[in-house]
Design a protein around this ligand. Structure first.
Ligand SMILES: [Zn+2]
Length: 95
């Protein structure tokens, strides 16, 4: 069984000493240090019984997945702004 400090067995991110779960992927002692993302990726496509509300709750309702989601949104915004600045710079230099 994995014990911090060390590299997360699920995602390879460094897990600091005393941490109970991986900051990056949420893997923890309880889940056996398996990436939750990997578990979700392994799911079959939603069938007719697929409950969207339950899915959202599972994906976004848990506290430990919160920071990860907001971080992804943050970097998406950073990427969008950088792209916009680059396009703006290109247009400016054309005149
Ligand atoms: Zn991890």
């Amino acid at each position: 069984m994995f014990r911090p400090p060390g590299q997360c067995p699920a995602c390879g991110e460094w897990v600091p000493r005393g941490a109970v779960a991986c900051d990056d992927c949420g893997a923890c002692d309880r889940s056996g240090w398996k990436s939750e993302r990997a578990v979700y990726d392994g799911l079959d496509l939603p069938d007719e019984d697929f409950d969207y509300n339950e899915f959202v709750e599972r994906e976004f309702g848990q506290e430990k997945t919160g920071p990860r989601v907001s971080r992804e949104i943050f970097w998406r915004w950073v990427a969008a702004i950088v792209l916009a600045v680059m396009i703006l710079g290109y247009i400016m230099s054309a005149f």
